[in-house]
Design a protein around this ligand. Sequence first.
Ligand code: SF4
Length: 381
Amino acid sequence: MSRTKYIRRLDQVDQLTDGERLRLAKVVEKYKFRANDYYLGLIDWDDPEDPIRRIIIPDTGELIQWGDLDASDEDANYVAPGCQHKYPHTALLLCNEVCGAYCRFCFRKRLFMDENDEAVIDVSEGIEYIRRTPRITNVLLTGGDPLLMSTRRLDDILKRLRRIDHVGIIRIGTKMPAVNPFRIIDNPDLLEMLSRYSTRHKRVYIMTHFNVPQELTEAAVQACDMLRGAGVICANQTPLLRGINDDPCRLAELMRRLSFIGVPPYYFFQCRPTEGNKIYDLPLVDSYMAFVKAKKQVSGLAKRARYVMSDASGKIEMVGLTRHHIYMRYHRAKLETDEERFMIFHRDDDAYWLDDLVPVDRAPHPVSRFGHRPTHALGPE
Ligand code: SF4
């Protein structure tokens, strides 16, 4: 039996006042709430800005009209029910529509809405598509959180993927080590199953989702250690989030501690302009500056990660910033002609996404849509 108790209603969070619950009722009507006693137990309730509180407790700011539910147009990438194929070598299987806890800034919050059917229980058609497509070498199980599924169901999917010769890497995207490490610690059958499919020549990767150092509890560290003991490779990815992990010192601590425990940072993401995310998102320049300043405080293994934006057209890495320009490069591209393409834009400190930027071969916005802000220069230009 699980030692973690899941909750779905705000009246189950004792620390919230009646007034807070009343104010937040409209928010949870629109964007679902789900948490558990372990994760809520990490919150310092005396601090209204506690980062875990901001990650998991709804906020009336989510009702600000901004962004799209599917900000990167994932809908255009489906090739079979639950299966997205955007980049040549990688396919995604959305095999679960529930997570251990719903991060308020989730870019796939549409999955948790009743009318959405993007994630499917039966991924057979997707697996068949992968089998018929030899250039796919890398399959990401995602959702929702695949580790919230039963071990038996996960075993079935991994078994079928491992029968496909050209699939070398199976990745599992999960926040369970952060929100409920006991799913791993208390389930030797899960570890035994993963060790069967993470072989010497073809590893299983767990893509963890630690946002802040406070999530790296003793239990979380133990869970990562047990995954490694089962032969699984762990790496971490997180968006940069306003007031949660955008302080360079806090970000550096996250990078440093992840590298210490052998879960190296892999990607830092520009928070997608997803509906309801205005209060969590940061302009590109601010996020990138926090990333650069944090990198200066850590050693090599902690700073191999890239700062990227998952645009509909591909994964775009922000590689440089000067007084006048922003430099970017396609790290992964949907169109072959974009692969590795280098781009230079007029610097705009109020831009949140690619669409807000103007390339250097066009005149810049005469006045930014958002008004001017002071710039912090990184280079001599
Ligand atoms: S764990 Fe990932 S998919 Fe689940 S709510 Fe958080 S960000 Fe969204």
